[in-house]
Design a binder for this molecule. Structure first.
Ligand SMILES: [Zn+2]
Length: 132
């Protein structure tokens, strides 16, 4: 006798009696809490599209902690989490590049502080104005 336990991922956004296959687990933080949600393809698209303008304007704030050990809710899926929309060259900019971006931003009357992170909106505007 062997007992088999299977974990099915179902979308969390449907009613209890409506089992829709999930295709991804999305994780996000909001107002001090971290959330995890299993979603079907449609809801995944909806979520990604709804969040992308906010995520684009937001400053990255550390990395998401490693998920807790298997709790029976979310099957591990290799490399499931993708890191946001578009990689930005300026995110790996050198000190000189950052200084250039600050100078450029000031010349555009954008607010940038002498130290610390350059707002994503400024980086994006810089990249748009200076391709390559
Ligand atoms: Zn769904």
């Amino acid at each position: 006798m062997a007992k088999q336990v299977r974990i099915f991922l179902t979308c969390d956004l449907h009613r209890e009696n409506e089992q829709v296959d999930g295709m991804a687990t999305v994780a996000f933080g909001y107002e001090g809490k971290l959330y995890e949600l299993d979603v079907c393809r449609d809801h995944h698209t909806e979520f990604t599209e709804a969040l992308s303008p906010w995520a684009t304007a937001a400053r990255p704030y550390g990395n998401f902690p490693a998920p807790p050990e298997e709790d029976g809710r979310s099957p591990r899926r290799g490399g499931g989490r993708r890191s946001g929309a578009g990689t930005s060259a300026a995110r790996t900019a050198s000190k000189e590049q950052l200084a250039a971006i600050r100078d450029w931003a000031r010349s555009q009357n954008m607010e940038v502080s002498e130290r610390g992170r350059i707002p994503a909106s400024v980086l994006e505007a810089f990249e748009k104005a200076n391709p390559n």
